[in-house]
Design a protein around this ligand. Structure first.
Ligand code: IPM
Ligand code: MG
Length: 356
């Protein structure tokens, strides 16, 4: 198969980790007889520097015309003084919105070989961690109106959180269908004791649930969910939640698996085109030093193979290669435990390619 991939290297460690993921994709192409063509789509702080805006029209066009998009990470302190409408992150939000990517899937799975890196008590970790956060990605407070004004001689800031029924319903369907292929349990997370958007969320998710009698639905307040994720993560199978809650809970969920550096994500809408990225940020403190862990991005590339290109065997091969390298004891700095062999970003990529 021939597939076109838009490549957003981004800022900080982005270019390093994306380079390694592309190397793994090339190894897959060589082994399985595919060809992947790449087209650069500058976005983030580097795009502000070069073009004055975080998401140039040309980059958006490249993404919309490709079969899929691979992204490293954007942002960094260099662009902190940008007006909020021109921050690097705005480019990412605009891209998600323009591509209609309403479902963000972030798996929280503990790798057997990394259980020592899990910060939870051993008896909690022993019960295993294997759940998925399904985050609504183009609604809620991220996409409501934002304003800062002067009122009575002081600054006042407002961010509007809004949801419509169809925005809730479409992502709920994705969560229930995912649970059907997993362990049949959806936990819907909201703050229905305080927020109107959450009360609507709870009602609509409940209605969608009636179409999936084989899936069990639980509702949970977000504060309780944040606590339950560290108290007993084994109770979760699929968590579905709105944009901001999902942003926060998915970072928490990733860290209990050992390292945020390991976790990929997919963002999809209708159709097969998706945006694939690690869930961590641009880590400017270690940028350019060959210290970044490329595994989150490599596993994001595996998700691209599986969900956008229907290449299940190829995706399995990438995941197996990551498992094999971990089993051999190779570790980047973020997941290094005593007894492991410390390797840099390039070497980790090379080791994984060698197993494809
Ligand atoms: C994420 C990130 C983004 C978000 C930022 C960079 C805008 O934290 O993908 O989780 O908040 O969605
Ligand atoms: Mg986040």
């Amino acid at each position: 198969m021939n597939k076109s991939i838009a490549v957003i290297r981004g800022d900080g460690i982005g270019p390093e980790i994306v380079g390694q993921a592309m190397g793994v994709l090339d190894a897959v192409a060589a082994k399985y007889g595919h060809s992947f063509s790449y087209k650069e789509a500058p976005m983030g702080g580097n795009a502000i520097d070069a073009f004055g805006v975080p998401l140039p029209e040309e980059s958006l066009k490249t993404c919309m015309e490709s079969d899929s998009v691979l992204l490293g990470a954007v942002g960094g302190p260099k662009w902190d003084a940008q007006p909020s409408a021109n921050r690097p992150e705005r480019g990412l939000l605009k891209l998600r919105g323009a591509m209609g990517l309403y479902t963000n899937v972030r798996p929280a799975r503990m790798f057997a070989d990394l259980s020592a890196a899990c910060p939870l008590r051993a008896d909690i970790a022993a019960k295993g961690i294997d759940f998925v956060v399904v985050r609504e990605l183009i609604g809620g407070v991220y996409f409501g109106s934002h304003a800062t004004e002067t009122v009575d001689g002081e600054q006042k800031a407002t961010d509007i959180m809004a949801y419509t029924e169809h925005e809730i319903r479409r992502v709920a369907h994705v969560a229930f269908q995912m649970a059907q292929k997993r362990r049949g349990r959806v936990t819907s997370v909201d703050k229905a004791n305080v927020l109107d958007t959450s009360r609507l969320w709870r009602r609509v998710v409940g209605e969608v649930a009636s179409e999936y009698p084989d899936v069990e639905l639980l509702h949970m307040y977000v504060d309780n969910a944040a606590m339950q994720i560290v108290r007993d993560p084994s109770q979760f199978d699929v968590i579905v939640t709105e944009n901001l809650f999902g942003d926060i809970l998915s970072d928490e969920a990733s860290q209990i698996t050992g390292s945020i550096g390991m976790i990929p994500s997919s963002s999809m809408g209708e159709g097969k085109r998706g945006l694939y990225e690690p869930i961590h940020g641009s880590a400017p403190d270690i940028a350019g030093q060959d210290k970044a862990n490329p595994i989150g991005t490599i596993l994001a590339a595996a998700m691209m193979l599986r969900y956008s290109f229907d290449m299940a065997a190829e995706a399995d091969a990438v995941e197996a290669a990551v498992d094999a390298v971990l089993k051999e004891g190779y570790r980047c700095g973020d997941i290094l435990q005593s007894g492991g062999t410390l390797v840099g970003c390039c070497e980790m990529g090379r080791l994984i390619r060698a197993h494809i």
